[in-house]
Design a protein around this ligand. Sequence first.
Ligand SMILES: CC[C@H](O)CC(=O)C(=O)O
Ligand SMILES: [Mn+2]
Length: 338
Amino acid sequence: MERDVIITEVALRDGSHAMKHQYTVDQVVDVAKALDLARVPYIEVSHGDGLGGSSLQYGLSATDEFELINAAVSVCKHAKISVLLLPGIGTVEDLKKAANLGAKMARIATHVTEADVSKQHIMVAKELGMETVGFLMMAHMAPINTLVYQAKLMESYGADTVYVVDSAGTLLPDQVRERIKALRNNLHVNIGFHGHNNLSLAMANTLVAIEEGATRIDGSVRCLGAGAGNTQTEVLVAVLDRLGLKTGIDLYKMMDLAEEIVAPILPIPQEITKGSLVLGFAGVYSSFLLHSITAAKRFGLDPRDILVELGKQKVVGGQEDMIIDVASELAKQKTNAI
Ligand SMILES: CC[C@H](O)CC(=O)C(=O)O
Ligand SMILES: [Mn+2]
């Protein structure tokens, strides 16, 4: 099937953050089966923080992620299952286990300035016969020349695609444009874009990325992703169709599954709340939102104050323990001020 834009559906991975990592096998089966029927080419299934993410620090999964991966693989006739792995959280053994279960794509995610830690995992994934993606998170935190340098490292390790990841949903369209353009001009592999909708810019940013040559795009059905979610897949399919770009995805089937299968499992509707808005405003990792709300309740604070302070401290993925540190420090300051 000819596709101009190749979409990876991330609700069963990025959406795990919004689901507090409580996906069940039945939910994954229902969603994956419907996505497969709609002919979505790639479906990502993992803990929200990637393979091995289930922990007190990131949130314990209700169901072992390998059970979820196995369930998704077993119901997909066409779609390929992707897994996300952050080196240091997930291991080479996890990758092997996922490949043995039938996962066909490995996306190795690092902070935008830390691509060198992806080498081993990209290479092992290639040896396992998997398609490989380098996933540069928090892409707003590095100047363009650094981003290009880091992306070229991933390319040199064998990544088939390198993604610009707007983890905080903070990039503005021109900032996405210059990033994708720079990668397009300097790399020979596919370029991808993963947006978050915290400033209501995920769709605009995605379209700019496509204009500049990105061909691999992430979406989450019904915006089921961290923070305000990602570019909404079913809407993206409609918009790309209007633009004359083929995704190979059945729009009506996507609409139906969004409404009938995904909407009923959402803990709360995926909206741009003040919490998700402040993520984009402060440039903080989208998956920090729910942890910050919990910490705010515990310390009697406004989650926005925690998130803004985390933004000032330029925290990165993997530093979730900083949320408690910051909350406790703000609470002390508040008590001292009284
Ligand atoms: C912690 C992994 C993270 O959720 C990956 C991702 O989707 C992002 O950085 O946006
Ligand atoms: Mn994300």
